[in-house]
Design a protein around this ligand. Structure first.
Ligand code: KG4
Ligand code: ZN
Length: 348
């Protein structure tokens, strides 16, 4: 068992995140913790299209990143105080990743600082420990976002094994598509979750896809179709209460599957620590259910602070700090970057 949050070297790391529709810049100090964390969310740009438009995402990153960097360095920290510069190398949208990587490398070159490209999902799964310093390996991670649904065995920093993943839609995608069917706009995860809390239990029941599949994979595209069918079967125009009842049935189905498979993964690996990360880890109903089961079975469950569930620069800077502590030479004075839009966590 290893407690990695004891830093030998005091350092300040700059972290830049630009893999999808959030531009994030942060400074992580290994003694003082997170000292800056600024973000520009592009939700309003993509909302009218009902999903992320890659070309627009790249343009928005270009438009805001310098302003965010200026805000990051408006305090006492200067460029020359940095120990290293980290950025999201992948996975993500190619054009969006290129913006963050090119700005990061330009800063690195001008300041003569070493560079470290970080895997976006490694950033997410370490994010609960930015404020809570009780990080211990090994743990099981449930990574649930708009693009990923994975169960991962985390052995140590940089060493991860995939236990299972979605065979079709990611869980966040299912939230967003079902929210759209209920007229809740994009992205709909938080909205469908709030609406579900007004639902009456037991009015509708939706399928629990792959619950007994005897593996740790997931499938969520059928659930969205089930929501669509349920809406079509209604003989009258849906009122707010009908929508809340459907939202509740949807959230119940998702939560049951995520909790069941997480417990299976903990049993399979004989591990008692579960980390839940990614945008969907903000979900209230999931947290309540997982906490309940964890208490009954003596599991420990870790979540990021609500503000750090979705994409941000803090998790990138923090992951870089942990990697540098483990391997001080992992940051390189190399400025010809190479992004990885498709990149498996097991291959880092
Ligand atoms: O991790 P993230 O910011 O971006 C990706 O890397 O995909 O996750 C965004 C996803 C969206 O699908 C959004 O609807 C979902 O996280 N989400 C939620 C909640 N807040 C955000 N889903 C369920 N409940 C929430 N409270
Ligand atoms: Zn993400």
């Amino acid at each position: 068992m290893l407690n990695v949050i004891i830093y030998v070297v005091i350092m300040i790391i700059l972290g830049i995140e630009s893999s999808c529709d959030e531009t994030g810049v942060a400074l992580y100090h290994t003694r003082d913790g997170l000292i800056k964390n600024v973000l520009n969310s592009q939700i309003f740009t993509h909302k009218k299209y009902g999903g992320v438009v890659p070309e627009l995402a790249s343009r928005e990153h270009i438009k805001y990143i310098i302003c965010l960097l200026n805000k990051t360095f408006d305090g006492n920290v200067k460029g020359h105080d940095l120990y290293a510069i980290s950025y999201t190398r992948g996975p993500g949208l190619a054009g969006a990743l290129l913006v963050g990587a090119s700005i990061a490398c330009a800063i690195g070159l001008s300041l003569n600082k070493p560079m470290l490209g970080i895997h976006h999902l490694e950033g997410h799964l370490l994010s609960p420990f930015i404020y809570d310093h009780s990080l211990r390996f090994p743990f099981v991670a449930l990574l649930i976002s708009g693009g990923h649904t994975q169960l991962i065995h985390a052995h140590e920093i940089g060493k991860y094994t995939l236990l299972g993943e979605t065979v079709d839609d990611a869980v966040g995608e299912a939230f967003d598509k079902s929210a759209k069917l209920l007229g809740l706009g994009y992205p709909g995860g938080a909205a469908i979750s709030s609406l579900a809390s007004f639902g009456y239990p037991g009015i509708y029941r939706l399928p629990r896809p792959m619950l007994y599949s005897k593996n740790l994979n997931f499938s969520f595209s059928g659930l969205k179709t089930a929501v669509q069918l349920l809406i079509m079967q209604q003989k009258h125009k849906l009122c707010k209460q009908d929508k809340a009842n459907i939202a509740m049935a949807f959230v119940d189905a998702i939560v049951e599957v995520l909790v069941f498979k997480s417990i299976c993964a903990l049993k399979y690996t004989k591990i008692k620590r579960l980390v839940v990360a990614g945008g969907v880890s903000a979900n209230r109903q999931l947290r309540i259910k997982l906490n309940e089961i964890a208490q009954q079975r003596s599991y420990q469950v870790y979540y990021p602070e609500l503000s750090l569930c979705t994409d941000n620069g803090a998790m990138i800077a923090f992951a870089a700090a942990l990697k540098l502590q483990k391997e001080p030479n992992s940051a390189k004075y190399e400025y010809s970057f190479d992004i990885k839009p498709r990149w498996l966590l097991s291959e880092i």
